[in-house]
Design a protein around this ligand. Structure first.
Ligand code: NAP
Length: 251
């Protein structure tokens, strides 16, 4: 979209310095959005993503915020709105794992995953909704996980955070549908990224055996669904959980 007469819409993707978030940021830029690229630790990677977006002809700005401190998420959204003048799409994508069996899980492993994956998404959404209500339009897309639907051993904290995101999605969809705001969740299966690259060969093989499409997903498989949900074509979809998992968990 290079029409300068048309008001440009902004998308913020949390955790877009790498992995799935990076692919989402690029895909949204390709479909005509200006993009706020967010990072936690990898400022240099985020700058690279912003450079790629600019070379596509879209505006990109980089924002750093540690989302393990949930209050930072609201401030991040406010900073983005200040810089761009609007926020049409919020993608709550940043996430971490701290895997271990529940009986061995330390309080801080539980809390950091809940704070980063769930509480920050709530804080960001609350700040975004205030601006979206004034615009009478907006899209919130929460990146959950197939394990938030099916459960998974060794991930009580992560599973709880992702199931919580699905609940948050459904509640916000009902609260703000009347204001023109849609809220949906995407539940990826096994997607190749740094997060899944850290899993043992044995766990990777076990996942692969359960995927009817016979391959792991790519970040772009998820990004295309996010971009669709952000588009006008998805205007009548809200409160949904869209699986992108190669058939791993039909629901
Ligand atoms: P990843 O490669 O580990 O990337 C994680 C992203 O989140 C990075 O951009 C990172 O930023 C950011 N982040 C992490 N901790 C942060 C913090 N405290 N503050 C701010 N940003 C932080 O993960 P991914 O595989 O792309 O996953 C992205 C999302 O998809 C996550 O929510 C994950 O749970 C979900 N998901 C992934 C899969 C999969 O198979 N990969 C499956 C289901 C769901 P920095 O590097 O700049 O710190």
């Amino acid at each position: 979209m290079t029409d300068t007469n048309q008001a440009r819409r902004t998308a913020l993707v949390t955790g877009s310095s790498r992995g799935l978030g990076r692919a989402m940021a690029l895909s949204l830029a390709q479909s005509g959005f200006d993009v706020a690229v967010h990072y936690g630790r990898n400022a240099a990677e985020a700058e690279k993503v912003a450079g790629e977006i600019r070379s596509l002809g879209a505006r990109a700005e980089v924002f750093g915020a540690d989302l393990s401190q949930s209050a930072n998420a609201g401030a991040l959204v406010e900073d983005v709105i200040k810089a761009f003048g609007n926020l049409h799409v919020l993608v709550n994508n940043a996430g971490i794992t701290r895997d271990t069996l529940a009986i061995r899980m330390k309080d801080e492993d539980w809390q950091s995953v809940i704070d980063t994956n769930l509480t920050s998404a709530f804080h960001a959404s609350r700040a975004a909704i205030k601006s979206m209500m004034r615009a009478r339009t907006g899209r919130i897309i929460n990146i959950a996980s197939v394990v938030g639907l099916m459960g998974n051993p060794g991930q009580a904290n992560y599973v709880a955070s992702k199931a919580g995101l699905i609940g948050l999605t459904k509640a916000l969809a009902k609260e703000y549908g009347g204001r023109g705001i849609t809220v949906n969740a995407v539940a990826p299966g096994f997607i190749e990224s740094d997060m899944t690259g850290a899993l043992s060969d044995e766990i990777q093989k076990a996942y692969l055996a359960g995927i009817p499409l016979g391959r792991f997903g790519q970040p772009e498989d998820v990004a295309s669904v996010v971009t669709f949900l952000a588009s006008d074509a998805a205007g009548y979809i809200t409160g949904q959980v869209i699986g992108v998992d190669g058939g791993l968990y039909p629901h």
